[in-house]
Structures are given as C-alpha cells and as structure tokens.
Design a binder for this molecule. Structure first.
Ligand code: APR
Length: 206
C-alpha cells in the first residue's frame, strides 16, 4: 500500500528492513548505541562490525531518546544508517508521543542533511520498547506525511513492517490519514516486496 503526498510517497511493505535498497535505513537503537536484539541485532549482523566501530568512535556518548545519529551502512545496500532512539512505553503519560515524533523527525532531518531520496523505517519502539502499534503508527505516519508534503529531496519513505499485525495496524492508520483522498491508495503491489526498483545511486567516496 502507498499514499502519495504531493509529489512524494509513503509506502508500507511487510518484510525485512536489512534487504531494502534505499539511500538510508533507520535502525531502532538504544541510547548507548550498543547494539541489541530485534531490528538492531538484524541490522548489525547484516551490516557487519564496522558499524559498532563507527558509533563508538563518532558517538562515544551515545544518542539521547528522541534523536538519531548517522553512520555509513557497512555491507547493507544503502548509503547510510540512521540510528534512532525511540521512547520506552511507560503507559503513555511520560511524553512518549512527543518523543516518538521527535525520533522520527530527527531521522527526517538526517535524510535532508545527507540528501537522501529514499529512507526505510522500521516500526520504532514497537518491539522491546512495547509501544502500542496503533499509537506508534499514528505518531509515525503523521510525522512522516507532514514532512513529506513539503519535502524537495526526499521522495520515498518506506515503512518496513515485520509481520501482518504491524502491517495491518499501520495500514489502518494510513488509510484514516487519507480519507479525504481515497484515490491515493493502491492495495497489493508493494506488500511483501523487499526490493526497490528505483536505480541505486553510487556510494559517495570516503
Ligand atoms: N525488519 C523490520 N522490522 C523488524 C525486524 C526486521 N529485520 N526485526 C524486528 N523488527 C520489528 C519488530 O517486530 C518491531 O515491530 O521492529 C520493530 C521494533 O522492535 P525492536 O527492534 O525491538 O525495537 P524497539 O522496540 O525500538 O526497541 C529498541 O531493542 O534491540 C533493542 O538495541 C535495541 O535496546 C533497543 C531496543
């Protein structure tokens, strides 16, 4: 499923984020940038040890909740990794909504700073950090669509959902965001796809 936002697009796909061919892949990291399980573990395993070396060297203080930092992408088919630290869900009264929106915004700032045309996000905070999927989808998709509407460089944001439950929740929210323009929606094409047909731009030299 996708939604066209002006000349740009939000896509939802079900799949593994490590296999996406986009300019930048977002990692759901912890504030120590220490690696971990879930999508963080999968990304570090696929990208290789150069990522932890780079985070230790460039960001020895880690990264506060609500923000994100960039590294190169190692063996992944992307130019950059954005390590984003979402909030731990504590019942919803500890600023979680604002922090999650801030985390997503920080990644979109990095996408702009690094001139990315395409970015893939996982459902940040919805695993080990226990953020309810429906509320995470609302905060995440509202933040992305607001920014994409005004974006010059960034043309595609792809949400890569792990499993049918997450895909279903994000789809419902994306549909509700677009009630005023149902012609924006197409079902079927992107689901299950993990390959972007957009030609890859060459990696910048070191
Ligand atoms: N591709 C896409 N999504 C994935 C993948 C994958 N390969 N693996 C897991 N996910 C999904 C999960 O199903 C969940 O919906 O990513 C979402 C985020 O879950 P987590 O990875 O647990 O991230 P988060 O909830 O933000 O917790 C971050 O977990 O692994 C640690 O170091 C990480 O401490 C940090 C914490």
């Amino acid at each position: 499923m996708f939604r066209q936002v002006g000349r740009n697009r939000i896509e939802l796909v079900q799949g593994d984020i490590t296999r996406q061919q986009v300019d930048a892949i977002v990692n759901a990291a912890n504030s120590a940038l220490a690696g971990g399980g879930g999508v963080d573990g999968a990304i570090h395993q696929a990208a290789g040890p150069s990522i932890l070396e780079e985070t230790r060297r460039r960001y020895p203080e880690g990264c506060p909740t609500g923000s994100a930092v960039a590294t190169r992408a190692g063996r992944l088919s992307a130019k950059y990794l954005f390590h984003a630290v979402g909030p731990i869900w504590r019942g919803g009264t500890s600023g979680e909504d604002e922090l999650l929106r801030s985390t997503i915004s920080a990644c979109l700032d990095l996408a702009e700073a690094y001139s990315c045309e395409s970015v893939a996000f996982p459902a940040i905070s919805t695993g080990a950090y226990r953020y309810p999927l429906d509320l995470a989808a609302q905060a995440t998709l509202e933040t992305i669509s607001a920014r994409l509407a005004a974006s010059e460089n960034l043309k595609l944001v792809r949400m890569v959902l792990f499993g049918e439950g997450a895909y279903g929740q994000f789809s419902r929210v994306l549909e509700s965001l677009a009630l005023t323009d149902v012609s924006n929606f197409r079902e079927g094409g992107a689901v299950g796809s993990d390959v972007d047909s957009t030609p890859k731009r060459p990696l910048p030299s070191e």
